[in-house]
Ligand binder design. Structure first.
Ligand code: NAD
Length: 735
């Protein structure tokens, strides 16, 4: 029998080697055709007397599978939405079948009567790992990585993952892995008993064959009589130790915002009480339910589909050939420059790191050394790899070293005159086709470009701190920035494996505008007398990773004062609330500048003591009794104020694509990921409901919550941002 996506070859011992190798694709993914072929392969293996057992592996170097195909997933949603309008019952029935397709196929494979071994040669995620778990044996190459990351995109492993993992490993480890969606090394997976053997890559298939020859049972332990769960039944002494803690752990980690995570806990708990077939049916029911939630739809769209599209260069001008960047220059080896140098060298680029003198440049390079030493000590990198990365960074005060750079990124002090001087010095040596980028966080790119002879080659590339951990970069177009500069900037961002959003020039660009609203809302709550702990908790319950006061301490309270003063200077007295100004000025006068000063909105005692909210904050404002405060409304205020600012950036044409506002808000400032981002938060509840919410908040808390004209128009027409700003949508046409 022949297959499009698989090669099969049966040896003299009756062992069939099934190699998954999709033509014209760099990675194997699950498509409807792949599923059909696996179905036929399982039938063939079961029916063929000559086949005693089978091995499933992949023909792609270093990768077994990346998981589901985007088209398959979005196709399923589209069919469901289309059918739901005419015949809701039939639509749900169809979704239920589609949601269970993979699960029942893996179950068929598991019970086909012949033993199968998964030979995991590399990255094996999602449905691929669930396929491996359904096999009767699993061998992994030493450098293979595996996991069930579904919860991170709002769903959960619905093809048996929630049932087989806790039948192979103890309940607590299983729940932790499923709820975090963590990626496991082969060794870690073996430690958890999810993998039977770990071998060098070139011995993978031999080891799988040996496993079959040794007489691997085609019946899974849980299909045998008397099967015992690794950490005992749910209703047992051991179970009584695990389960009561699970609910509180789940709430602490998720604040009950993620239906996918909630379903994992239910699936494991209920599934472990019943035999496998019933357990899979329970999982299928929850999976169907979760697929219909707004959270799943929004998270899949932003964190899976849009993120991949942006990473692949959705905004890159098609007319410019891809630049293979070799050398980048970074001027300013301070906090940010040092981080940009590290991620660039890590990506294999030659880096020239410049500062005012050799000592300052060396200090910047030393930052890479610190990060690399940590990576080596944690086993994330070898000594040789670390040395190679460091070897690519040349630290020097000599601008001449920039003459053959393809791209120079300026990261000197946030001072227009200093930047202009540096720009001139770089321009004097820079190649005439190289691109110049500024990492400024506040100064408009268009005005900085005036110091450069050719503004078409001038662009903004705005990083977030800490650079090595934050995945977003904002690429900012000045009025005269050309296509080549944009293309090179995006090629650079792609090389360093970060996600770009492209925005037009404005004060604060996109992310910082929204973040400032977040902190400003917290100032409002403080002056109203909301207890500080309640402010921080409301933000976290709303889904923010860090409370606004803690965040303000990280970014520094003196910076807040500087920003306020600059805003007043440029936009007038009324642009900053005097009560906010007084609060921040007082904090500065008391030396409470944030974490770096050991005190800010929090106190930071010496370790191991933990930071705690500064008690003096409560003395600054008369406190409202906690039970008189509407906690839900505090949560709404945080999300609405940021979403509203994002909507303004779209209305002003700063951000032109809702995907960028969504992905940018989650990666840039952790905007409640379950919403799918600032714009999906609005679209998810509907513009009409959002406008009503804004109006309610505006009536109570002031005009900062007034819905914008665009929002009102969209609400009246029942439009979403994704429709209005789609290519060909009315707003896109107007732009
Ligand atoms: P920093 O003070 O840590 O570093 C600035 C570096 O520039 C210093 O090492 C300084 O010696 C060097 N420098 C100053 N004048 C120079 C000159 N003429 N020639 C060469 N080097 C010179 O500041 P930072 O926090 O790294 O910020 C740098 C830039 O990045 C600023 O524009 C800032 O707004 C922006 N930015 C900062 C952050 C952040 O979180 N700190 C985030 C995004 C963007």
């Amino acid at each position: 029998m022949s297959y499009e996506n698989f090669k099969t070859d049966t040896d003299a011992n009756g062992i069939a080697l099934i190699t998954w190798d999709m033509p014209d694709r760099s990675m194997n993914v699950f498509t409807a055709e792949v599923m059909d072929e696996i179905d036929r392969i399982v039938d063939a293996v079961a029916a063929d007397e000559a086949v005693k057992g089978a091995i499933i592996t992949s023909g792609k170097r270093g990768s077994f599978t990346g998981g589901a195909d985007l088209k398959m997933l979005s196709g399923m949603f589209e069919r469901f939405e289309a059918k739901k309008r005419d015949n809701p019952d039939a639509a749900i029935e169809e979704l239920f079948e589609a949601a269970g397709r993979m699960s029942w196929l893996w179950r068929k494979l598991e019970t086909c009567g012949k033993p199968l071994v998964a030979a995991i040669n590399g990255t094996c995620m999602g449905g691929g790992f669930e396929l491996a778990l359904a096999c009767h044996g699993r061998v992994a190459a030493e450098d293979a990585k595996m996991g069930l990351p579904e919860v991170k995109v709002g769903i959960f492993p619905g093809a048996g993952g929630t049932q087989r993992v806790p039948r192979l490993t103890d309940t607590q480890s299983a729940l932790q892995m499923l709820l975090k969606g963590s990626t496991l090394t082969a060794a870690k997976a073996k430690g958890m008993k999810l993998i039977d053997q770990v071998v060098p890559q070139d011995q993978l298939v031999d080891a799988a064959k040996a496993m079959l020859k040794a007489g691997l049972s085609p019946v899974k332990p849980w299909d045998e009589k008397g099967f015992k769960l690794p950490s005992g039944p749910v209703y047992s002494v051991q179970g009584a130790q695990v389960w009561p803690a699970v609910a509180s752990l789940y709430r602490k980690e998720t604040n009950d915002n993620y239906p996918g995570a909630r379903a994992i806990v239910k699936c494991v708990y209920e599934g472990l009480l019943v035999p496998m077939d019933t357990a899979l049916r329970i999982e299928q029911r929850y999976f169907t339910e979760v697929l219909q939630t707004t959270e799943a739809a929004m998270m899949i769209r932003s964190l899976f589909v849009s993120m991949q599209e942006l990473n692949k260069g959705a905004r890159r001008p098609k007319n410019v050939p891809v630049t293979e960047l070799k050398k980048v220059g970074i001027v300013g080896a301070g906090f940010m420059g040092a981080g940009i140098a590290f991620v660039s060298a890590q990506a294999g680029l030659e880096v020239v790191l410049i500062d005012r003198d050799q000592a300052a440049a060396d200090k910047g390079k030393a930052h890479s050394n610190t990060l690399l030493e940590k990576a080596v000590s944690q086993g994330r990198s070898t000594k040789e790899q670390a040395e190679a990365v460091l070897g690519r960074i040349t630290a020097t005060p000599d601008y001449d070293a920039l003459k053959d750079a393809d791209l120079v990124i300026e990261a000197v002090f946030e001072d227009r005159d200093v930047k202009a001087e540096v720009t001139k010095q770089v321009a004097a040596v820079l190649r005439k086709d190289a691109i110049y980028a500024s990492n400024t966080s506040t100064i408009p790119i268009t005005s900085l470009a005036e110091a450069f002879e050719d503004p078409a080659r001038f662009i903004g590339v705005h990083f977030f701190s800490p650079v090595d951990r934050m995945m977003l970069t904002e690429v900012i177009l000045g009025k005269q920035t050309g296509d080549k500069a944009l293309a090179v900037a995006l090629d650079f961002v792609r090389a360093i494996k970060k996600t770009p959003i492209v925005v037009n020039d404005t004060r604060g660009f996109f992310a910082n505008r929204c973040v400032l609203r977040y902190m400003s809302e917290a100032y409002d709550m403080l002056v109203e007398g909301v207890p500080p702990a309640m402010i921080e908790n409301a933000a976290k319950f709303a889904g923010m990773p860090v409370g606004p006061l803690a965040l303000n301490d990280e970014t520094a309270v003196d910076l807040s004062l500087k920003i306020m003063k600059a805003t007043i200077r440029d936009m007038g007295e009324d642009s900053v609330d005097p009560r906010h100004f007084k609060l921040v000025e007082q904090m500065n006068a008391d030396g409470r500048l944030g974490r770096k000063a050991g005190k800010g909105f929090y106190d930071y005692p010496a370790k191991p003591a933990k930071k705690a909210l500064w008690p003096g904050l409560k003395q600054m404002f008369e406190q409202q009794p906690a039970d008189s405060i509407d906690f839900e409304e505090l949560k709404q205020r945080f999300l609405v104020t940021m979403a509203l600012e994002a909507a303004r950036t779209m209305e002003e044409g700063v951000v032109t694509d809702p995907r960028e506002a969504d992905v940018g808000s989650i990666l840039g400032f952790g905007f409640a990921p379950y919403t799918g981002g600032t714009i999906s938060y609005i679209d998810g509840m509907g513009t009409k409901a959002f406008v009503a919410l804004c109006e309610k908040l505006a009536a109570k808390h002031g005009e900062r919550f007034e819905p914008t004209p665009l929002l009102k128009d969209m609400a009246a027409k029942g439009e979403t941002f994704y429709r209005r700003f789609a290519p060909g949508g009315s707003q896109a046409r107007a732009a």
